[in-house]
Unconditional design. Structure first.
Length: 222
């Protein structure tokens, strides 16, 4: 009876520990000094005047405050100058995502870049690489190793003609289900020609293994 009792207590303790890990909230964590400073100076950042960005609706924004309202209803125009302007508004997406939640600064050393290179399914969102992907070629690690580099928070695909970078800027539980969601910035730029594409992407419910899929933020209202 004694051993049965000990085993029963151990089983209950193990279940409780597992439940604690599952139910524990995902801390809002920010990566990168630029993003951290933007969030710290929330009011200044949201009201800062920026280059004009135009939307397909015919409306335009010059501040994060206006941008965050308009982008929920229409996409920015595709022109090169407009896409370049959009690159300055990605911080606005982060402010919209984090809001007034408490946050912490992320550690300098981690494995996000490596995980993105190995597990991110590049077919899950539109970009210049989309036409080159297939069943056997859909992750950064499937490209020539000499073109792909990683650091603690990002992965970069670099060729003489192209610069393509995905960077983790925040991790939090955006959809409130107890699982971590990764907020990423995409810079997709032709070195020759005038193609530009800048996006904020979110990988929802990232697990410890398996493919990671990303979707654009925000999702337009139906």
């Amino acid at each position: 009876m004694t051993w049965k009792l000990i085993l029963a207590v151990m089983a209950i303790a193990f279940q409780a520990a597992c439940q604690t890990r599952i139910d524990a909230p995902v801390a809002v964590t920010i990566y990168g000094d630029g993003v951290l400073n933007g969030v710290k100076q929330y009011s200044e950042t949201i009201h800062k005047k920026r280059g004009v960005i135009e939307f397909e609706s015919g409306l335009a924004a010059e501040t994060c405050e206006t941008y965050s309202r308009l982008i929920k209803e229409a996409v920015p125009k595709e022109g090169v100058s407009n896409q370049i302007a959009k690159s300055d508004y990605l911080i606005c997406d982060v402010l919209e995502i984090i809001g007034n939640k408490k946050y912490r600064e992320g550690a300098r050393e981690n494995e996000y870049g490596h995980l993105l290179a190995a597990r991110l399914d590049l077919r899950s969102f539109s970009s210049s690489l989309f036409q080159r992907l297939g069943e056997k070629k859909f992750a950064f690690n499937h490209f020539d190793a000499g073109t792909v580099k990683t650091n603690s928070t990002s992965v970069t695909y670099e060729t003489p003609d192209w610069h393509y970078k995905l960077e983790i800027v925040a991790v939090l539980d955006l959809n409130n289900n107890g699982k971590p969601d990764w907020v990423m910035w995409l810079a997709d730029e032709a070195k020759v020609g005038n193609y530009r594409n800048y996006q904020t992407l979110v990988a929802y419910d990232v697990a410890t293994e398996g493919a990671i899929r990303a979707t654009p933020f925000p999702r337009l209202a139906p």
